[in-house]
Design a protein around this ligand. Sequence first.
Ligand code: AMP
Length: 311
Amino acid sequence: MNFTELGLAEPILRAVREEGYENPTPIQAQAIPAVLKGGDLMAGAQTGTGKTAGFTLPLLHRLAADKPARDARGRVAIRALILTPTRELAAQVEESVRTYGKYLPLTSMVMFGGVGMQPQIDRLRKGVDILVATPGRLLDHHQQGTLDLSHVQVFVLDEADRMLDMGFIHDIKKVLAIVPAKKQSLLFSATFSDDIKALADRLLNQPSLIEVARRNATAETIAQRVIMTGRERKKELLAQLIREGDWRSTAPTAWPSTSRRKVFQPWRSTATRARVRAPRRSASSKPARCRCWWPPTLPRGGSTSTNCRTS
Ligand code: AMP
């Protein structure tokens, strides 16, 4: 399958070609026809699968095929709303919208908190077809009366599982209450917990269901262990682990970038990560996952073994 067979408009195909994409990824091959048909969609896909183009390309196609909506003052009104959990993702998604839509007469805007509201208000006043937003700031604008969502035709909830993890469920419910009931809704999530299913029941109407294999999923036979230690003891710890485990091959990695290191800041420590091949388990038993400290906080009999408790 190639992009032309998916029935996307020529200006979109041109932008996709310029990005160097030759063939649709599995999520795109399934999601694009489903969204073009106009129905709701529940898609299981995580970052790295090409999911953003999976909803953005057909969304652009559908909006470009219709005339712009106009609000009471004659301004271009928002027809597509994409909600994301973080400002970084919002910015990325809006950049994709601009990249894939660069040959279309559609406008987009990104909206998130932590920055001034006035520039966002000024931008909204100029008229926007596609709004990519985080829930908190979106609701701030709604409360202030600076945002009109009454013309939304397509609503996308991206990384819905992450949104719930971050405690956005109440905000999502509030957003659902202010967008029109009649719309096309697309829900993307890396996992399908009961909470996600409950949200999907509320949001989606007879959705198409798509799930693609998780990229970089951890193998069931690999046990993962995180050992927290001070930066100065990392080499010593690694040497001990190799000795104790009689590891024949190891692949130590360093995380050089500041932004990545931030992931570990809540623990105020650096972490040495080690993946250890565990004995084969039965298909039903889960591999061990645990977090522990080194040296142990309560050394037993002077032993310096890591005090790893399997959870
Ligand atoms: P996403 O999962 O949406 O975050 O996309 C992950 C990366 O895949 C992005 O850098 C995209 O530019 C790239 N990508 C998306 N679709 C394709 C495709 N069909 N072929 C090659 N790369 C793609």
